[in-house]
Design a protein around this ligand. Structure first.
Ligand code: NAD
Length: 311
């Protein structure tokens, strides 16, 4: 496993890391034993960074992680969680300072740890960015000063919203998802801005939350039909060549050293074992060219997320 430094945090984290939304059963019904084994296999194979949120499975992901990590020494992993998003409806977002404090305590209890390494404002585009800048980030800094989180960051889909916050107030990390993958490389336009400010870059969803997989997308997937259709065609092309698009997608996501880590999720120990193995293998250049050619008509095609003014 390759390790990279996360911005100016000094944290050395695995280039491929574990995203725990799957443990909340967001893609399918999951079995707790499999979830716990998936965490252990990931750590055994060299992954040391885990990302979760109270939103994933409505606290289930954090609770299962708490169980899985109980027997693991605290210095063996770097853990990130989030605050601000607790469901799908507008009423389920709360970026107030009061919620920051309460949310962190709840997460520490569920995870059964004394501190998290990173606390992030989750999907900021659903909030008022003025509030995020003026209230949420200062409240997260207080949490950091109190020793309950080592670093702070923001997450979201629209790069415009992430840029706005980063240019207004110092943050340690940015988590962007679905914007650096085989079908979408828009994160590379923001990366130099983040790098120049010393902001660590976390890339999530190398499989586009199922777009770049043989299983395809879950029913809630927000991508436009055209994007789903072209991605399914790219997956079929790989299958016809006896290859999996998942492998190509994971390898592609690791090609930019300025991106400290890429979070992939699964609740299947064998799938995570494969993901780590693939990360160490050379990419099939010819297949990559073929797949990029199929995906070209939908390159950087995304979808709106959150408040219209933040897209
Ligand atoms: P992903 O692109 O990692 O895709 C996950 C899907 O791919 C799951 O259905 C999983 O079963 C499947 N998969 C994984 N490995 C596979 C393999 N080897 N073969 C076949 N299928 C495989 O999407 P994700 O899980 O949404 O993203 C990863 C993590 O990134 C999340 O768990 C979360 O921690 C983070 N994330 C954060 C945000 C945010 O903060 N807003 C958004 C998206 C993702």
């Amino acid at each position: 496993m390759e390790y990279r430094t996360l911005g100016q945090t000094g944290l050395r984290i695995s280039a491929l890391s574990f995203g725990a939304s799957s443990l909340g059963g967001v893609f399918r019904e999951v079995n707790e034993g499999d979830c716990i084994r998936t965490v252990h296999v990931s750590l055994e194979k060299g992954i040391n960074f885990i990302d979760t949120s109270p939103f994933y499975g409505l606290t289930k992901s954090e609770a299962v992680l708490g169980k899985a990590l109980k027997a693991v020494p605290r210095d063996r992993y770097v853990i990130a969680t989030k605050m601000g998003r607790y469901g799908h409806e507008p009423k389920d977002f709360d970026f107030s300072a009061q919620r920051v404090t309460a949310s962190v305590e709840e997460s520490l209890n569920r995870l059964d740890v004394e501190y998290v390494d990173l606390i992030q404002a989750h999907d900021i585009e659903f909030g008022d960015l003025d509030q995020v800048i003026q209230e949420t980030i200062p409240a997260l800094r207080k949490v950091q000063k109190a020793g309950k989180a080592r670093f702070i960051g923001v997450t979201g889909l629209p790069l415009k919203a992430l840029r706005r916050v980063v240019e207004a107030v110092p943050v340690d990390t940015v988590l962007s998802y679905c914007r650096f993958a085989l079908n979408d490389t828009a994160l590379l336009d923001l990366a130099p801005v983040l790098k120049s400010r010393g902001v660590g870059i976390i890339n999530a969803s190398p499989l586009g939350m199922g777009l770049l997989s043989s299983r395809g997308t879950p029913p809630w997937h927000p991508a436009p039909a055209e994007l789903k259709e072209v991605c399914a065609r790219a997956a079929a092309h790989c299958r016809a060549k006896d290859a999996g698009i998942e492998k190509l997608a994971i390898q592609f996501a690791l090609t930019k050293p300025d991106i400290a880590t890429t979070l992939v999720g699964s609740a299947n120990p064998a799938a995570m074992e494969k993901n780590v193995r693939w990360a160490a293998e050379p990419i099939d250049r010819q297949l990559l060219d073929e797949v990029l050619a199929i995906l070209k008509p939908v390159h950087n095609l995304t979808w709106p997320s959150g408040r219209p003014e933040n897209n």
